[in-house]
Design a protein around this ligand. Structure first.
Ligand code: NAP
Length: 223
C-alpha cells in the first residue's frame, strides 16, 4: 500500500497473469480501481437497468470505471467531481454531472437508488436523505468522521424505508477482476490513462494527482 519500487514481494494470491491484449500500463491501471467499481456497482450496488446511480468522485481513478459499469448496467448516471472533470465524466457516459465545488448533491432534493462514494465528506444523515426508498449508499473512501458515522449509524439509519448505508470493504485479488477484464477485452470498457511518469518522477506524479487535475489514471512506469 502506497509504495513505488522496482522490486516488491507480495503474496502469490495477489498476482495474476497479465490479460491478453493489454499493455503493462493498462494492466497496471486496473486492479484496485477496477475492483472498487465492480464491487460497488455490480456486486454490492446491484445496479439494475433504469436505476438512478450517483458516483461521487466520478472523475477519479475508480470513478471512471464505476460510471462506465453503471452505464453498461443500464442505469441513469450522475457523476460528481470538480469542474475540470465534468466533460471527462460526460465522455465516459454520465447522463448528468455536478461540480462539487458549486453544488452539494445531498441538498438538491434528488434521490438515487445507488450512491457510490469515493470522496465521502457529508454526514450519514445527508446521504440517507439522498437515497430513494430501498436505496443503497456505499462508502468507499473519504473522511474518517463520515466513515465512523457510516459504521455506527449506518445499520439503523433508513432501515424503516429499506435503505442501506454501509462501508464497501473492497476485496482484492485476480478472481474479483475477471468480469471487468472480459469487458476490456471485448472493447466495451475503456481504461483511460491521463499521464505516465517514470519512476524517478513519482513526486511529480503524486503532485499532479493531488492537485486534482488527473482525469482517469496516472501510471508510473518502471524503465
Ligand atoms: N473501502 C475500501 O476497501 C477501499 C480500498 C481501497 C481504496 N479505498 C479508497 O477508495 C478511494 C478511491 O478513490 P480513487 O482511486 O478513485 O481516487 P482518486 O482518483 O483520487 O479520485 C477521487 C476523486 O474524487 C474527487 N473528489 C474529492 N473531493 C470530492 C468531493 N468532496 N466531492 C466529490 N468528489 C470529490 C477528486 O477530485 P479532486 O481532484 O478535486 O480532489 C477525485 O477526482 C480512496 O478514497 C481510497 O482511500 C477504499
Amino acid at each position: 500500500m502506497g509504495g513505488f519500487a522496482e522490486y516488491v514481494c507480495v503474496p502469490q494470491s495477489a498476482l495474476a497473469r497479465m490479460p491478453a491484449g493489454m499493455s503493462y500500463e493498462q494492466a497496471a491501471a486496473l486492479p484496485q480501481a477496477g475492483a472498487i467499481a465492480l464491487q460497488g456497482i455490480q456486486d454490492e450496488g446491484e445496479v439494475q437497468p433504469g436505476q438512478q446511480v450517483l458516483v461521487n468522485g466520478g472523475g477519479g481513478g475508480s470513478g471512471m470505471y464505476a460510471i462506465q459499469l453503471a452505464k453498461l448496467g443500464g442505469a441513469e448516471v450522475t457523476g460528481v467531481d470538480n469542474a475540470e472533470k465534468l466533460e471527462f465524466m460526460r465522455s465516459l457516459g454520465a447522463d448528468h454531472v455536478i461540480d462539487y465545488t458549486r453544488e452539494d448533491f445531498t441538498t438538491s432534493g434528488r434521490a438515487y437508488d445507488v450512491i457510490l462514494d469515493l470522496a465521502a465528506h457529508r454526514s450519514a444523515f445527508a446521504y440517507r436523505g439522498s437515497l430513494a426508498p430501498r436505496g443503497r449508499y456505499l462508502y468507499v473512501g473519504g473522511s474518517v468522521g463520515t466513515l465512523l458515522q457510516v459504521l455506527l449509524l449506518g445499520p439503523v439509519l433508513g432501515r424503516a424505508e429499506g435503505k442501506k448505508i454501509r462501508l464497501l470493504a473492497v476485496r482484492l485479488g485476480a478472481k474479483h477482476l475477471a468480469p471487468i477484464v472480459e469487458l476490456c477485452q471485448a472493447g466495451k470498457f475503456d481504461i483511460v490513462i491521463d499521464r505516465r511518469y517514470p519512476l524517478s518522477q513519482v513526486p511529480e506524479a503524486l503532485r499532479y494527482l493531488g492537485e486534482g487535475h488527473a482525469k482517469g489514471k496516472v501510471v508510473v512506469i518502471v524503465e
